[in-house]
Design a protein around this ligand. Structure first.
Ligand code: 9G3
Length: 583
């Protein structure tokens, strides 16, 4: 086994300014990765060891779930993408090239077309189904703004799996098997993750889940319940609505008030000394080719995905100023539902608007609002629906517990594809009655290289990385205080060999550096245990073992070292227990 002085582990004290997040900085500083070009990285030996461990866990769980591994090409003929119509759907993100015969190819960003064409050509009887095929392969997506090191690259490593079934129940079984496999994978890797429902309005349909590693730099907001396992993407989370009790007395008749310059909720709250939840926001939206007025309580946010799903629209966006004036006669800020011609613009509202019993709305007159407005009495709503973003403290739609927010990075994604690709490409099977049917597909991705970064994001401190045992590049760092002292070198070599013989992976830092430098590098690289060999080893036969995660330090007799090190690795974290706990 190579010693550290012979290995390419170029640690750094400082990093380039464009490395903003912990994992990006630490991948560079710990000598694990180097950028070749924007969004394109070399995995140096330490990172590759971690990558291989993650891949090994992925393979074990995928194989246990009955999937079989194959390896597809990265070069994909454009014809396949024409068959599914996707060649023209994707823009510059799809890396395209021409070969020497001037034929067009894509460098694969995903492999639905390739796998479906393979299964179409090789399987056509129900007897050969179901089948679940997967690969671990480099993907190419020419991201407009690669960032955050291995989190968002233009070339990255993905495990992508594709299942083919004859029935919906079969797909449901494969989907569940993949869901469980992903749960095992991310648990064994040591990630703090949530499986997040990512299907608006398909509650019970369970069309797709995203596996999110919780971390503050994540681009997605997750709404999750403190009780139970509910979690949903913010834009998909449904909001529980229970009608509030009607007030004893009905509000006084509506009245126009002068509210000069009060365009925003905050200005109105100040001007009228009211609470935001008494105000009803009136937003004019363009939904495909029509204009819609959407009402939301002043303290809530409209959820455009829910609006889009309610109309099953292809386009949803805020109307232009001109549209707003054309519908209401005033610019945004003084718009309201009272007196609006329902023929010209439909008025829809979030469920919680119906409980605003003494409300404030724009008067459709510049610098004026209406107070004491009652929905149903002073204006009609054509449809109430769940149209707002869930907020922290809302009731969980599953468990009734309180909703909390977290940010996350998507490391896995499981989809029920149905027959979209099999129909487009003619992947059919003959059923038991000899009838030709399209195969029913699912697809399942894991961002394997992104997972390395997510693990580092969740496991670091000001000194460097803190590797979970299961995916650490090595298990133990052996460091002689002074490698020039012959006994220290000899004992370090004996300790290294004894541990390696016992299945413990050792990085022996034999560099002639000052102890302080070696300890700093050891903290940076972040192996679970650090063994320090000092003069005490020769004099008293003891060596120091330090746990990177919590700084716990013990002096161990040389003869007890192997068993003690394995016991400590089993105690460091649950991934170590899984590997070293079973004796
Ligand atoms: C493209 C480009 C980018 C893409 C896609 C296609 C994302 C694309 C979605 C998926 C769905 C699943 C199998 C593994 C799990 C995810 N970005 N997606 O289809 F041409 Cl340039 O990849 N695929």
């Amino acid at each position: 086994m190579l010693k550290q002085s012979q290995m390419l582990i170029p640690t750094l004290r400082e990093v380039p300014a464009d490395a903003e997040i912990a994992s990006h900085k630490l991948l560079l500083r710990a000598g694990m990765a180097r950028q070749l070009a924007s969004g394109i990285y070399t995995y140096l030996p330490l990172a590759l060891r971690t990558l291989h461990k993650i891949q090994a866990i992925v393979r074990e769980e995928m194989n246990n779930a009955g999937a079989q591994e194959l390896l597809m090409p990265a070069m994909q003929p454009a014809e396949l993408w024409h068959q599914t119509g996707r060649w023209d759907v994707y823009g510059p993100e799809l890396v395209r090239l021409r070969d020497r015969h001037d034929r067009s190819f894509a460098l694969g960003p995903t492999h639905e077309e390739v796998i479906t064409s393979l299964v179409r050509d090789e399987i056509n009887s129900y007897k050969k189904l179901p089948i679940n095929l997967y690969q671990i392969q480099t993907k190419f997506r020419d991201e407009v703004r690669p960032r955050f090191g291995l989190i968002r690259c233009r070339e990255f490593i993905m495990k992508d799996a594709y299942s083919f079934d004859t029935t919906q129940e079969g797909l449901d079984r494969n989907f569940q098997a993949m869901y469980d496999a992903y749960t095992n994978i991310f648990t064994r890797v040591g990630l703090n993750f949530r499986a997040v429902e990512a299907d608006a309005g398909a509650i019970g349909g369970k069309g797709t889940y995203e596996f999110m590693a919780l971390c503050d730099i994540g681009e997605d907001t997750i709404a999750y319940s403190e009780e139970g396992d509910f979690a949903a993407n913010l834009e998909k989370a449904e909001v529980v609505y229970k009608p509030a009790a009607k007030p004893a007395a009905e509000a006084a008749a509506k009245e126009k008030v002068h509210t000069p310059g009060s365009k925003t909720i905050d200005q109105l709250v100040q001007a009228l000394q009211v609470e935001a939840k008494q105000i009803i926001k009136s937003l004019i939206y363009r939904v495909d080719d029509k204009l819609v007025m959407v009402l939301v309580r002043g303290d809530h946010e409209l959820n455009e995905v829910k609006l889009k799903n309610m109309y099953d629209a292809t386009f949803v966006g805020l109307a232009t100023e001109a549209d707003i004036v054309s519908v209401t006669g005033v610019p945004a800020g003084f718009v309201g539902p009272v007196g609006i011609d329902a023929e010209k613009v439909e008025i829809v509202a979030d469920n919680f608007v119906q409980d605003v019993h003494d409300g404030i709305v724009g008067a459709n007159e510049t610098d004026y609002h209406l107070v004491h407005v009652v929905p149903g009495r002073d204006f009609a709503v054509s449809r109430y629906a769940d149209l707002r973003n869930i907020t922290e403290g809302d009731e969980c739609p599953r468990t009734g517990g309180a909703i909390k927010f977290a940010r996350g990075v998507e490391v896995g994604h499981v989809f029920k594809l149905g027959t979209k690709y099999s129909t487009a490409m003619g992947a059919t099977f003959l059923d038991e009655n000899g009838r030709s049917q399209p195969m029913i597909m699912g697809c399942y991705g894991i961002g394997v290289s992104r997972t390395i970064a997510a693990v580092i994001e969740q496991n670091n401190d000001e000194n460097g990385i803190i590797w979970p045992v299961a995916v650490a590049p090595f298990h133990v760092h052996v460091i002689p205080v002074n490698v020039k002292v012959e006994e220290q070198r000899q004992i370090s070599e004996q300790v290294t060999e004894a541990l390696q013989k016992a299945g413990v992976e050792v990085l022996f830092d034999d560099r002639p550096e000052r102890a302080g430098v070696k300890f700093k590098d050891a903290d940076l690289i972040g192996l679970p245990l650090r063994i320090t060999v000092s003069d005490k080893a020769a004099q008293e036969g003891t060596i120091e073992v330090r746990v990177r995660k919590n700084g716990e330090t013990v002096n161990v007799k040389l003869e007890d070292l192997v068993s003690e090190v394995k016991a400590m690795l089993a105690r460091v974290d649950h991934t170590g227990a899984a590997l070293f706990g079973i004796e």
